[in-house]
Design a binder for this molecule. Structure first.
Ligand SMILES: Cc1nn(C)c(C)c1CC(=O)Nc1ccccn1
Length: 330
């Protein structure tokens, strides 16, 4: 089997991407954020207090003839940015881009934090990390990818995220039309459950490539690129008027600044992030101060290769044994 579905930016700065999925019988369509940085599949639902819903579509298990309560099971997740959700669990038929998993664990939210309520175009998440991270108790549940894997033509899914445009997620095949040239693979450390791998180094603008192993996670559910402070200060040193603002919680600069590109290495391959991706957003609609798409990871305890980096490549998440991740130009 294979599947292919759109990755649609939810706002004009690509803060997140959503993908249409269907749950239940007859199918209920929701727009979910496919997130390689977590492993819970949760949705806004008929069990979510209406005070916490602002325009999201919901899954109503009682309207589905194929839903089954997973008795006595609950879940609770907190993301690195402080957002959270929790609730109960049903199993039901679940499809992404024509690929169906029967009896997928669908985690129904009974509480979501304010940042999820405020994200009106996001109806939940599909965790595509390793199932070891799943928070359902007393028995943890498998991700959509782990459930689909035995039926997939190839044990892979790919992310082709785009800057200010709709891209695709493919399951079970590598679409050669979506990338130019070779896919460079590098090993993934599957513990504790993120797609953890190393960059082989970086360069700023036309500067020399600095070889250094930088370990981090490729996370489609995180907007920006978070790297060690030394790298980030070297980058913004090239930007007139840039500063690390306590007030705004990161590097800001005059929107009219000319930003350098940022290049990262995967083994011997090089991927260049255009300056436009790093000129992320104005700090407020009328401001001439802009917030950077490259920020320091020092407070996070982990480096995160989020959408700002991933949209510069065609990315193959390979569930083979051992797992690996591949990057190709596009
Ligand atoms: C670890 C981390 N620290 N900080 C500042 C960020 C943004 C992260 C990553 C993160 O929280 N990603 C996320 C959030 C909600 C849903 C899915 N993914």
């Amino acid at each position: 089997d294979t599947g292919s579905a759109a990755a649609i930016p939810i706002n004009e700065v690509d803060i997140a991407y959503v993908t249409p999925v269907t749950v239940g019988t007859p199918p209920q369509t929701l727009m979910l954020d496919l997130d390689t940085g977590s492993s819970d599949l949760w949705v806004f639902s008929s069990l979510t207090p209406s005070s916490q819903i602002r325009g999201q579509e919901i899954y109503t298990p009682t309207k589905s003839s194929t839903s089954q309560l997973l008795n006595g099971h609950t879940w609770s997740i907190r993301y690195g940015d402080g957002s959270s959700s929790r609730g109960t669990v049903f199993t039901d038929n679940f499809t992404i881009g024509g690929l169906e998993v029967k009896s997928q664990a669908v985690q129904t939210a009974q509480e979501v934090s304010s940042s999820f309520t405020q994200e009106q175009s996001l109806d939940g998440l599909v965790g595509l990390g390793f199932s070891t991270l799943n928070t359902v108790r007393p028995s943890s549940q498998l991700t959509f990818f782990d459930n689909a894997r035995p039926n997939l033509d190839e044990e892979v899914f790919t992310a082709d995220l785009k800057y200010h445009a709709t891209g695709t997620y493919d399951f079970g095949f590598i679409d050669s039309k979506k990338h130019n040239g070779t896919i460079t693979y590098t090993p993934v450390q599957p513990s504790p459950g993120y797609w953890t791998h190393s960059l082989s180094g970086y360069s700023v603008g036309s500067g020399a490539f600095q070889s250094s192993q930088i370990s981090g996670i490729s996370d489609t559910g995180t907007t920006l690129l978070y790297l060690p402070t030394a790298i980030v200060t070297a980058y913004y040193r090239q930007v007139q008027g840039a500063q690390n603002s306590q007030y705004y919680g990161g590097y800001v600069f005059p929107c009219a600044s000319t930003l350098p590109t940022f290049t990262f290495g995967i083994e011997g391959a090089r991927f260049t992030i255009p300056a436009s991706y790093i000129n992320y957003t104005r700090i407020s609609p009328t401001s001439t101060t802009c917030y950077g798409g490259l920020q320091s990871s020092s407070g996070l305890g982990i480096n995160i290769f989020g959408d700002v980096a991933l949209k510069a490549a065609f990315v193959v998440f390979s569930g083979t044994n051992p797992p690996r991740i591949g990057f190709a130009p596009k």
